[in-house]
Design a protein around this ligand. Structure first.
Ligand SMILES: [Zn+2]
Length: 255
């Protein structure tokens, strides 16, 4: 099999103590997580903006709650793929490793990654819009099933919403600050399966690059990031990453 890692990459990667990885929807594609478009359901009558904004949630709480429950149910039966598990291995090879994701599916954690910066929140948690009480999937199921009208209500009476970042909402401040700081200090930055179009997450690879990081992109298609990448590996993350890791491991063994 062809080597993915060139001599230049070897040098940069072999010396790197700080590696940052940013993942997007592409990394979960092989887990069978659908795009949730064109399905049958109440939610098909609502525009994406209505399903992913606080205004839409406020107007159609029952429908939007049902939509997120549907997505959660599907994600729960999907499994992490080889790309997720490879990142768990990669973390062990690097002195300072930071994993940042734009995904809300929680698959990195289920693969075994302990410390994941979730820039867009997680569909696996909900919280009360009034008292901020957090609800796990199981706790949420209880209040959701108890509600007669599919409007999940907290014990305080407030409406409970998914812990995800919607249109027009800011990213969680602490998460973004950590991601930004790690990107500034990265020696190698891997952008995996991200369309690099949703800001400000999409800025992170370029921030790293401007600070001197070696930028590697893994994607099935070229993106706006590709012209800036030092190395572009075209293909599915679950195929590319395991091979990348094997080569990286043998590289470190020979340093
Ligand atoms: Zn509450």
């Amino acid at each position: 099999m062809d080597l993915l890692i060139s001599d230049v990459t070897k040098q940069r990667l072999g010396q790197a103590k700080r590696v940052v990885v940013l993942t997007g929807a592409g990394i979960s594609a092989a887990s069978g997580i659908p795009t949730f478009r064109g399905e049958n359901g109440l939610w098909t009558k609502l525009a994406p903006q209505e399903l992913a904004s606080f205004e839409g949630f406020y107007r159609n709480t029952a429908v939007v709650s049902e939509w997120y429950k549907h997505r959660r149910d599907i994600i729960e039966v999907c499994q992490p793929n080889a790309a997720h598990t490879t990142l768990v291995e990669l973390e062990k090879l690097v002195a300072e490793f930071t994993l940042i994701t734009q995904n809300i599916d929680g698959l990195h954690q289920r693969a075994g990654s302990q410390d994941v910066i979730e820039l867009h929140g997680t569909i696996m948690q909900n919280y009360c819009t009034r008292c901020n009480r957090q609800y796990s999937v199981a706790e949420f199921a209880q209040i959701y099933n108890r509600s007669s009208n599919h409007v999940p209500r907290c014990f305080c009476g407030g409406i409970v919403r998914p812990n995800v970042v919607w249109f027009g909402e800011s990213l969680p401040v602490a998460a973004y600050e950590r991601a930004y700081k790690a990107s500034m200090q990265a020696e190698v930055f891997l952008a995996i399966g991200t369309s690099a179009q949703v800001r400000p997450a999409a800025d992170l690879p370029m921030i790293a690059k401007e600070q001197g990081a070696y930028l590697i992109e893994i994607n099935i298609v070229k993106t706006v990031l590709t012209p800036h990448a030092d190395l572009f590996l075209e293909g599915a993350a679950d195929k590319i990453l395991p091979q990348f890791n094997r080569e990286y491991q043998s590289l470190l063994a020979n340093v």
